[in-house]
Design a protein around this ligand. Structure first.
Ligand code: ADP
Ligand code: MG
Length: 326
């Protein structure tokens, strides 16, 4: 069991940023309105993620750290239309198998919280603990028992950079959630959250900067059950780079060659060749038309009608960009 988890960890847990991603996604799946991330030494020493979500029942704490125990998928039908960020039930057991792990949780109506410790895969009994409503997961000494992996961890700055970059991509997608990041005891990032449109603009400014925001062209189009919205940089924006390309499919940040190609073509047709476009794009479609279970870390998706999606993105952006020249 521990070995199987450690093998799975090899696919899901590449570095501290992957741990942060999995833990924060769980917080979001639990309906959190606020997520606090605290790190020590770039996450190598400590990653702590606290949320104010629905919490976990005491009798389910042990289950949460067991392999393929997910509360999110009950039938094969659910897998056909995944609505949550998680669904494979392997993140927590994988992370717990390669760290000193503790999970604390309390639901609204529980009289107090419960905590459960796992060290290198060995699961303790839950014990009562003082904890507010929601869940905290602490991951200490990542890869302490997998020296070969520990070797691959980079300098504190580098690992922190990966985490900040991931948090930027999340901040763009979830303006409704307040996000905080602390490192070595200092508050390093704070994204205030809320429902109004100003917050979304604020996030754009905070993540991509003033120059992008000033030159951002808002996009919004729907057809054939596909919806695309977001922002693309206009030609006046002169420092587009590959790291300012944010694509989300049904709210999930992904890399997709075909869509990246569609965007590039739209730019090339209308404006200029060879430049890297900068964009933040949200594509929404029926979850049944996209397979998110392609890769354990879920960085990729597969479209049932890839050609249609490609052409839709291409046309939408081409039309939007053409208007800026008219
Ligand atoms: P998955 O997200 O794929 O279901 P995980 O291993 O990430 O699998 O988590 C296992 C289970 O633990 C989840 O299905 C959920 O029931 C529970 N869980 C994990 N983190 C939280 C959290 N922050 N709040 C509430 N429940 C959680
Ligand atoms: Mg998960």
């Amino acid at each position: 069991e521990t070995l199987a988890n450690q093998i799975a960890a090899g696919e899901v847990v590449e570095r501290p940023a992957s741990v942060v991603k999995e833990l924060v996604e769980n917080a979001l799946d639990a309906g959190a309105g606020r997520v606090d991330i605290d790190l020590e030494e770039g996450g190598a020493r400590l990653i702590r993620v606290r949320d104010d979500g629905g919490g976990i029942a005491p009798e389910e704490l042990a289950l949460a750290v067991q392999r393929h125990a997910t509360s999110k998928i009950a039938t094969l039908d659910d897998l056909e239309a995944v609505a949550t960020l998680g669904f494979r039930g392997e993140a927590l057991p994988s992370i717990a198998s390669v760290s000193r792990f503790r999970i604390l949780s309390k639901r609204a109506h529980d009289p107090h919280g419960h905590a459960l410790e796992v060290e290198g895969g060995r699961v303790d009994k839950p014990v009562p603990v003082a904890h507010g409503e929601g869940t905290t997961v602490e991951v200490r000494d990542l890869f302490f028992n997998v020296p070969a992996r520990k070797k691959f961890m980079r300098a504190e700055r580098t690992e922190l950079g990966h985490i900040e970059e991931w948090l930027r991509s999340l901040a763009l997608a979830r303006p409704d959630v307040e996000l905080r990041l602390g490192h070595n005891g200092k508050a390093t990032r704070r994204y205030r959250g809320g429902q109004d449109a100003l917050i979304a603009d604020d996030r754009l400014l905070q993540t991509l900067g003033e120059e992008f925001t000033r030159n951002a062209l808002a996009v919004g189009h729907e057809a054939a059950g596909l919806a695309l919205r977001g922002w693309i940089a206009q030609p006046a924006y002169n420092r587009p780079s590959a790291d300012q390309q944010y694509l989300y499919v049904n709210g999930r940040s992904v890399r997709d060659r075909s869509i990246a190609h569609a965007v590039k073509m739209a730019y090339a047709d209308v404006l200029f060749h060879g430049r890297q476009p900068a964009y933040v794009l949200f594509l929404e479609l029926d979850p049944r038309r996209v397979d998110v279970n392609v890769h354990p870390a879920k960085h990729e998706v597969r479209f049932r009608d890839a050609r249609l999606v490609h052409d839709f993105v291409y046309r939408t952006l081409k039309d939007a960009l053409a208007q800026t020249r008219a």
